[in-house]
Design a protein around this ligand. Structure first.
Ligand SMILES: NC(=O)c1ccc[n+]([C@@H]2O[C@H](COP(=O)([O-])OP(=O)(O)OC[C@H]3O[C@@H](n4cnc5c(N)ncnc54)[C@H](O)[C@@H]3O)[C@@H](O)[C@H]2O)c1
Length: 253
């Protein structure tokens, strides 16, 4: 593993498990000190312990990304513990489905509140910290390929992720003057839980060129690239990590 993030201070939300955990582990393995934030404090502590046991730097923090005060405390904690904040990864999110005609206000608000407002709050609080410390930084939002096309039962989830993609673009434009780059990662089907089975369902496999689940580490590698100096002229973009799922059209015949 390279040390291309040596001396950097990072935070990752939703890092108690799944993709967020893989991103936290990857940033730490490349030399960053990482604040591992999650609404599930025990899970965040488990991730942080695994990182420190490997000899890298991390600590845990509880956060509810849908709440301004909680996000502000998380960013202040990163700055206090790690001296500053260079990299913020807004990954925390929830996925749930409901038919559009039955979708309740409560369902809609919950998905939008965590996924989209969460990205806004994390991005804004992180950016304010970066500007206050003199500018420079990278913000990475974890969107989804569901933000790039429609899906059955996914009106709220897809809208939240499409919102994150446009938020990425607008933040990139406004924050460029402060030398803060903003990009998004849009994962395809990633295996984060045993109950997902060995391969994606047939409806996904039929338009999945690489014909398998992605691994959280494969999303983390893209996030690490966007966090590193190697991507120094990249801002405002959305990077798929999806085995070709988003670009697949006619697959047979
Ligand atoms: N797994 C996939 O196939 C996939 C595909 C596309 C996009 N994504 C996106 O990637 C991100 C991570 O997905 P995952 O599969 O690792 O999910 P996951 O459910 O395994 O983990 C999500 C983490 O976020 C935390 N979390 C939930 N609500 C929170 C809140 N309000 N504040 C702080 N933390 C909170 C959870 O405790 C959990 O640790 C999500 O934004 C998801 O939408 C996942």
């Amino acid at each position: 593993m390279s040390d291309r993030l040596a001396g950097q201070s990072a935070l990752v939300t939703g890092a108690g498990r799944g993709i967020g955990r893989a991103i936290a582990e990857r940033l730490a393995a490349e030399g960053a000190a990482v604040l591992v934030a999650d609404i599930d404090l025990a899970a965040a502590e488990d991730t942080a312990r695994a990182i420190t046991d490997s000899g890298a730097a991390a600590s845990a923090c509880q956060v509810d990304v849908s709440q301004r005060a909680s996000v502000a405390v998380m960013v202040a904690t990163a700055a206090a513990r790690q001296g500053r904040l260079d990299i913020a990864v807004s990954n925390a999110g929830i996925m749930d489905r409901m038919p559009f005609l039955e979708m309740t206000d409560e369902f809609w608000q919950r998905l939008l509140g965590i996924n989209l407002t969460g990205g806004f709050l994390c991005g804004q609080e992180a950016a304010r910290q970066m500007v206050a410390q003199g500018g420079g930084g990278r913000i990475i939002l974890v969107a989804s390929n569901s933000g790039l096309f429609g899906g059955r039962g996914r009106a709220a989830y897809g809208a939240s992720k499409a919102g994150l993609i446009n938020l990425t673009q607008s933040m990139a434009i406004e924050l460029a003057a402060h030398d803060i780059r903003v990009n998004a990662v849009a994962p395809g089907p990633i295996k984060t839980r045993p109950e997902q089975g060995d391969e994606p369902p047939p409806s996904v496999m039929s338009r999945m060129p690489m014909a398998r689940f992605g691994r959280p580490e494969e999303v983390a590698a893209v996030a690490a690239f966007l966090a590193a100096e190697e991507s120094s002229f990249v801002t405002g973009h959305v990077y798929g990590a999806d085995g070709g799922y988003t670009v697949a059209g006619i697959m047979e015949g």
